[in-house]
Design a protein around this ligand. Structure first.
Ligand code: NIG
Ligand code: FE
Length: 424
């Protein structure tokens, strides 16, 4: 007997990204879209039931009771995975934007008690309800761009109570709306004022008090390893302590200077090393030999008017690359991952197929979820996006606008361009 499909997408140009559930795409494999022309995806419950040429899928499944979406030749891709965000935050920092336009640097603003620290103050003052309301609005916008899974970091609490609150907010938001949030503890995001000049005491607070409290609320632990923020030694101590408690390490590395962050990430087996604008040859070589994925964030370079990560060198060395928004109120205030794909092409030198792989299967691996999301394959989560585009090059090419036509999340239509208000 044929299995019953509940939802069927037919007549699409499928970018399946199939065949890489066990490893990210790198080297010559990077950008293998697994295209199926005139393809179909059948879904049942929250899972994918069948994928292939439309005629073949129609033969395989019982579609008599299925809702049918005719993609009309449009591009159908796995739901996009935004694998590095600070989406949970309160307020905005356009004053800082003006200061930067007048010449102040990101790190000068942070050292003067602004930047991340002003978002910390804003979050502590706002409390729970405004935090949930603002984040929900951002998640809705992310969904509209085709994102179905979002990594979400803490790090605007910076004391045990508020760090726990942020992670509880992430847990609550997971229940409240359709996107999947993957929680990351990032208590080591900035050094609070009262620990200035005594950062080791703050590191001790993170290790001794915060980590034990957040270990069941977070999946990853991340650290902002940078001059004037957390040193290599402090970053290593925090991530090793986190690992002992079962958290997976990630690292903000070599963003503003080459400090050996990439090497540290590779050495401790971090799942990803993120930013890497200043990564040097040694750092790139270390990543190439490791399983650590380079998560590149070109929207941050764009917004901070700084240099871009050496993506071509990484690619040639064999480093696995993912792309993400880094959505946050300071260094990259945008949820538009399609714009990030454009920057991936124009500023990092990647091809349209490579940027699509970088925000799907490779981003899924950067969240250790390559086995359940990031590609259109039987048994995977029913997350897909249909773009109002004929092919993958059209997405980054026609830049700055939203190409999403429909999004299916866990087997259900969660966004429809023509009916925006209904589903969220
Ligand atoms: O990834 N680099 C550190 N953290 C964030 C910025 C957070 C903020 O400015 O609020 C980033 O760019
Ligand atoms: Fe970040």
């Amino acid at each position: 007997m044929k299995s019953k499909a509940e939802l069927l997408v037919v007549n699409g140009r499928l970018a399946t990204l199939a065949g890489f559930s066990d490893r990210p795409q790198r080297g010559a494999d990077f950008g293998r879209l697994g295209l199926v022309e005139d393809g179909a995806v059948a879904l049942v419950g929250d899972k994918i039931l069948a994928v292939g040429p439309t005629t073949q899928v129609l033969d395989q499944v019982d579609s008599s009771a299925a809702d049918i979406i005719d993609a009309g030749g449009r591009l159908v891709a796995p739901g996009l995975v935004d694998c590095h965000t600070h989406v949970v935050h309160h307020g905005s920092r356009e004053m800082e934007y003006s200061l930067r336009l007048a010449g102040a640097s990101y790190i000068e603003i942070l050292k003067a008690g602004g930047g991340i620290l002003s978002s910390v103050q804003s979050l502590r003052e706002a409390g729970w309800d405004p935090l949930i309301a603002q984040t929900k609005k951002s998640l809705r916008r992310m969904l509209s761009y085709g994102i179905t899974t979002v990594e979400a970091k803490s790090g605007y609490g910076l004391d045990p109570e508020h760090e726990v609150m942020m992670l509880e907010a992430i847990r609550h938001l997971n229940e409240l709306q359709p996107l999947d949030l993957v929680p990351t503890f990032m208590g080591a995001h900035a050094i609070p004022d009262q620990y200035r000049g005594a950062s080791d005491r703050f590191v001790a607070l993170i290790i001794e008090e915060m980590l034990p409290r957040v270990k069941d609320l977070a999946f990853f632990c991340d650290v902002f390893c940078e001059e004037h923020v957390f040193s290599l030694e402090q970053s290593e101590a925090i991530l090793l302590a986190a690992k002992k408690l079962g958290l997976q390490p990630k690292l903000h590395a070599d963003e503003l200077a080459a400090t050996g962050g990439a090497q540290l990430a590779a050495k401790i087996g971090a799942v990803s090393a993120d930013h890497l604008l200043c990564a040097d040859e040694e750092g790139i070589a270390a990543l190439a030999l490791s399983e650590t994925i380079a998560v590149l964030l070109p929207g941050t370079s764009f917004n901070l008017m700084s240099r871009y990560a050496p993506a071509r060198q990484m690619l040639e060395a064999g480093v696995a690359i993912a792309l993400s928004t880094d959505y946050n109120p300071g260094s990259c205030p945008t949820e538009n991952i399609q714009l990030i794909m454009t920057l991936g092409c124009l500023k990092l030198g990647l091809s349209p197929a490579q940027v699509l792989a970088a925000v799907t299967i490779n981003a899924a691996h950067a969240l250790k979820r390559g086995d359940i999301i990031g590609s259109l394959e039987r048994g995977k989560q029913g997350d897909l996006v249909i773009f109002d585009a004929d092919n993958e090059a059209y997405l980054p090419y026609h830049f700055g606008v939203n190409h999403t036509w429909k999004v299916v999340k866990s087997g259900k239509i969660a966004y429809d361009k023509n009916n925006e208000e209904v589903y969220f």
